[in-house]
Design a protein around this ligand. Structure first.
Ligand SMILES: [Zn+2]
Ligand SMILES: [Zn+2]
Length: 172
């Protein structure tokens, strides 16, 4: 008799997304995404440079600085943020490596809440559900609004705990 508790499907697929994220070579952010239809895994992807091109661990991150509107206690403020633009985002790689026919009616499990560009592309990709764990508040408002318009389920796994061995320390 086993005393192990069987994992629910959300935990199961998010665990896989976190395992996939450990393949990323960007020291700033490790993101993993998986495509799921029913209970079947149809694709995996992480953020990375195009194949055959030096990645962040070899060439360093490619930093872009941009100003971002941040609201703290009702006060709006422009804050300078740094991002690595060397990598193709995990969600975009997932779209590059899966077929449209597989995406129709499928779910995407992604470790991090999609940015606006990824959300926009996912919304046009055939998928009908996005499940994420870590929040990315910058684009939440406009992403949530668009998902509602598209009728795409957009939900966060609030009480989820990633596998310990997949966690990284992120340098900002
Ligand atoms: Zn990087
Ligand atoms: Zn993105």
């Amino acid at each position: 008799m086993s005393t192990e508790v069987r994992k629910d499907w959300d935990t199961y697929f998010m665990d896989i997304a976190y395992m996939v994220s450990t393949r990323s070579r960007c020291s700033r952010r490790h993101v993993g995404a998986v495509l799921v239809q029913g209970k079947k895994l149809l694709g995996t992807a992480y953020n990375g440079a195009p194949t055959g091109v030096p990645d962040c661990s070899e060439a360093g991150c490619m930093i872009s600085e941009e100003y971002e509107l941040v609201v703290t206690d009702g006060q709006e403020e422009m804050v300078k943020k740094q991002r690595c633009i060397r990598t193709i985002h995990a969600e975009q790689n997932l779209l590059l490596f899966t077929d449209r026919i597989d995406r129709e009616g499928s779910s995407v499990y992604v470790t991090d809440e999609p940015c606006w560009t990824c959300a926009n592309m996912l919304a046009n990709s055939g998928i009908t559900e996005i499940v994420f764990h870590r929040s990315y508040p910058k684009d939440t408002g406009k992403v949530t609004n668009m998902m509602e318009q598209k009728g795409i389920t957009f939900r966060r796994l609030e009480n989820y705990q990633p596998p310990r061995e997949t966690m990284m320390t992120v340098s900002n």
